[in-house]
Design a protein around this ligand. Structure first.
Ligand code: 5GP
Length: 117
């Protein structure tokens, strides 16, 4: 499935890219939800967490490695941050190409939802 993120990967639409290697890309979120908010995505198109296959385990770990590398380089690793993936409708997923949200720059609220169980 082609998504807006495929177009960011192939550079047919612009993004504020923070990191790129052969497996992954990190870029600033267009609608930031924290003072620092970027996305780390695999170049391989995987629609949701549910579609991660056994052969993708190292790739998904690599996304966390990129997040931690950027956190260190950008200077917010020690203060802390959140690195999360949303899955499907109840998770709030809107782009069906897995992506790690990295949110930082302030103390983030927890739990992240307001409604009652
Ligand atoms: P989701 O809701 O799927 O977990 O997160 C999708 C994220 O992608 C949202 O935070 C949204 O702001 C971001 N996003 C959607 N389209 C674009 C785009 O064209 N460029 C960038 N940089 N971010 C986007």
């Amino acid at each position: 499935m082609t998504t807006i993120f495929s177009k960011i990967i192939d550079k047919s639409i612009p993004a504020d890219i923070l990191y790129e290697d052969e497996l992954a890309l990190a870029f600033k979120d267009i609608n930031p939800q924290a003072p620092i908010h970027f996305l780390v995505i695999p170049k391989k198109a995987i629609a949701t967490i549910n579609d991660i296959e056994e052969a993708d385990k190292t790739l998904v770990g690599h996304l966390y490695w990129v997040a931690a590398k950027l956190a260190a380089e950008m200077g917010f690793a020690q203060d802390g941050y959140r690195a999360v993936m949303n899955c499907n409708e109840h998770g709030g997923q809107t782009v069906y190409h897995i992506h790690l949200h990295v949110l930082a720059g302030k103390a983030l609220g927890w739990p992240p939802y307001q409604d009652k169980l």
